[in-house]
Design a binder for this molecule. Sequence first.
Ligand code: ADP
Ligand code: MG
Length: 337
Amino acid sequence: MIHLDSVSKSYVVGGQSVDAVKKVSLHIGPGEIYGIVGHSGAGKSTLVRLINRLESASAGKVMVDGVDVRSLDGDGLRALRQRVGMIFQHFNLLSSRTVAQNIAIPLRVAGWKEQARIDARVAELLALVGLEDHRDKYPAQLSGGQKQRVGIARALANRPQVLLCDEATSALDPQTTKSILALLKRINAELGITMVVITHEMDVVRMLCDRVAVMDGGNVVEEGDVTKVFLHPEHHTTQLFVREAEHLEDLEEVLASARIKGRVARLTFVGQEAYAPYLASSVREYGLDFTILAGNVGKIKDTPCGQLIVALLGETASQEAGLEHLRKQGVTVEFLQ
Ligand SMILES: Nc1ncnc2c1ncn2[C@@H]1O[C@H](COP(=O)(O)OP(=O)(O)O)[C@@H](O)[C@H]1O
Ligand SMILES: [Mg+2]
């Protein structure tokens, strides 16, 4: 659905060139929820604005559903904007218009004239985002979560194939964030819309995304399935993001304060095996002995997974037998010390 090939974007500010996006290549399939995570200034917003041509790439190729976005003008650009909806951190609603009027804006831009037809489509969209009772309110009369629901309804008005979400939950509290992410997940499942989700919060990626790219200084430094990136982050920037999201203490500090001298292993469980009693059987049947230093069990999107960091105790032979039993069950064993 979206292909970026070696795409760059530079801005000239006060005679100085700023390379906001550097030779980025990404391929996003239809119906996928694709995350782009990075710190402030990494180039995320610039990258996503190249997809709907709010910004024009300096070099490289941007294709959306087979259309070369850089070559568009006038009518082509208007058609692209109808096929690619967008929601924003600060919602960007018109304060002088009601909820229903805000949602109708893209329909009017697309040439809809008949009021009854507009009202019917707006009613459908209000039902989709759960705002039937707020149709005639003004944005100032809504909570943050309700404002973002209006933003989502407006973005979906013309039945786009792609929805771009730029820090869509960054202005919301954790509970409201969860409800908006659940809404986006449901819309993706029901309508099959491809979503590009920009965020500086790894938790948003964990709950919503299928794949993720990590950006740093205009570059994509790591990319892949969310489970892989979460469980086995390779780039330093990714490791920092994951550690932050997992609320894991600095491992070196844990090892030092626990005064661990022996071997330390990270055990990773993915899929249904995360719920199976393999750890217990490795203790019971093979005499594996250990202390848990840190850990996490939960879900990444819909995949159960768990990760434990353990200090191995006892004899090397029983350690090896117990770990071999775990490996045979599909548990990944990595030595950290
Ligand atoms: N319109 C612009 N003019 C000049 N520089 C810009 C513009 N937009 C973004 N930049 C610069 O590009 C870099 C990336 O910005 P941005 O894409 O907004 O990052 P992010 O969304 O990851 O925080 C920053 O250094 C920023 O200052
Ligand atoms: Mg941004």
